[in-house]
Each structure stands twice: as structure tokens, then as C-alpha cells.
Design a protein around this ligand. Sequence first.
Ligand code: PHE
Length: 348
Amino acid sequence: MSLKDRLSELLNQGLEDLKSTSEQDELNELRVHLLGKKGPITKVLRGMKDLSPEERPVVGSFANEVRDRLQEAIDARKEEIDQKLLTVKLEKEKIDVTLPGKPAARGNAHVIQQIIDQIEDLFLGMGYQVLSGPEVEEDRYNFEMMNLPKDHPARDMQDTFYITKDILMRTQTSPMQARTMEKHDFSKGPLKMISPGVVYRRDTDDPTHSHQFHQVEGLVIDKHVTMADLKGTLELVAHELFGDRFDVRLRPSYFPFTEPSVEADITCFNCGGKGCAVCKHTGWIEVLGAGMVHPNVLKMAGVDSDIYGGFAFGLGPDRFAMLKYGVDDIRNFYLDDERFLNQFSMKG
Ligand code: PHE
């Protein structure tokens, strides 16, 4: 067989073998076999030395052609195999966009925060500022400027966590009254603010007591503020949080920083006012303390009590939440038990 025929045969055989390769490794092996130094073409080319000078370039260029064609065929086959692998991979990794997704766990505001948010919205709508104050507070603001000098017996009403002699965990949000009055420029208009936050008392925790709980302080100081304004404001809060059928009643009480002082009751959520075990058969439930700001408190904060006066109130969102949702143990709000908290989820 002539060298040229042998080369033709090698070409055809090579092209045939290529067709049956289906993997990159196999193809690579075949490439090395066909075109490598130890391959059949190289072997044929070694035989060229026996050819005549006329034949040599003809066979030589044919050999190059065979090589080129094989190389091309190998490249083409490589491309095909790559394509096939890609198709298989894409098939396997196909994303079914119609599959339902995994829902992302979403948190929601704590039930107490929900109540505070509602109160904030109500008061913002009436032009109040919403302010927050320090939980680690000076004795001066928490007590003294609230008309409770050092040895005042009413300090016992609020058992206190002291940090130093003069620094304490605030027992009430009322120090924010003094803090805001002190700063307010009354020539620019009345002072209207609420201040929600956490307060601390040295109480032993039980179903109705927690050593930490929330308060929302309210304060309005202007020239002609009356107790009727206080009552109207508290009625709005009751209607907003509980509903229109809830009334407010004021009872005389005592706080060192208000005069007169009142405790506000709202219609019993359980019996609607008829009287039941929850309201001890009175039809009313106590929800907050309030009153007209004491002239001493105004004076100590630098406000002219002959011209200005107003009301203050301190309500407890924890108590509101307990009443609104029939929660019978305040400690639930602080235990971080998701089974409890998720009942108040707003996810609908
Ligand atoms: N600070 C009082 C308390 O903690 C509540 C209160 C606030 C009463 C404002 C009157 C006016 O009990």
C-alpha cells in the first residue's frame, strides 16, 4: 500500500473513531494516539525518506492535510461533547419557577410595642412630640424635681434600684416632665409631649408585678389647660385602644407631682360596665395616674406657674395589653416565649 493510501486510510479510520467518542478523556486519548509523536501518522512520515524526491513533497503536503483535517474534526467533536455536557447540566439544574418558595421567617413588633405604636400615632396626630429619656436617671429628675425631696415618705411608693447615691434606674417616666419643661421655649408655643419607655422598680415578680415595665408619660403645658382637657385626652386614648364604648372616669388620688391628682378608670373590658369578678363588681378598671402639674414642679423646671400650667399622665402599656388581650400574667411580656408572642403577630 502506498504511503498516500495509508494516510487516507488513517484519516478515514480516525474520523470514524472520532464519531464514537463521547467523553473528553476518550477524545483526548484519541487525539494523542492520532497526532502524537508515537502515532501512526508520524510513523508514516518516517517512511518518507524512502520516497523519490518528486513524491516527497506531494506525500508531505497530503500528510499535513490529513493532520489538519483530523485536528479540525477533533476540535469539532470537542465542541459537540462540550455542548452535550452543558445541555445535560442545564437539564439537571433546571429551576422550576412554579414551585412554591420557602417562606422567610418574619418577625413582628412585640405586643407592648404595638400598643405603644398605637398611642404614639394617636398623639402625633394631635401635634405632640414623642420623646425618649434615659433609663439610668439622676435622683434629681426622677424624684427631687418631681416634688419628692430626699426624705419624702412617698418615695417608698416606688422601691428603687439605686446605682449610686444620686443615680438610679428610673422608677417612672415622669422625670421626662422636668427634662422637657426645662428645655422648652414657651415663647414658641405650648409644650405637648409623650414619652414612652421602660421603668424599673424593686418589686418581686408575680402575675401582676414585674421589676421592669413600660410607661407612657404625657405632658401638656400652656396658658389655659384644664382638667377637662385631661379627661377629653384620656377618653381619646381609651376609644383609640379599646373602642368607642369605653368611658373614662376620674377618681381623686395622690401623686406628689400633681395637684389635684387623679386615677383614671375605664369601662371594664370584660363586662362592659355591668360589674364582674375582673372589675371587682365596680364596672371600672384602673388604668393610669394623672393630674394637674404641681406648681412646685413647674417652678423647679423654671416655668412661671402664675402664667403656665397643664396636665400630666402616666399610663402603663403592659396593663393596657393585659386588659385588651386578657393576659393574666405580666411576666409573659418579658419571657421571650414565641408561643406567647406569636399570638400577637400582625402577619394576618
Ligand atoms: N408617675 C406616676 C406613676 O408612676 C404616674 C403619673 C404620671 C401620675 C403623671 C400623675 C402624672 O405612678
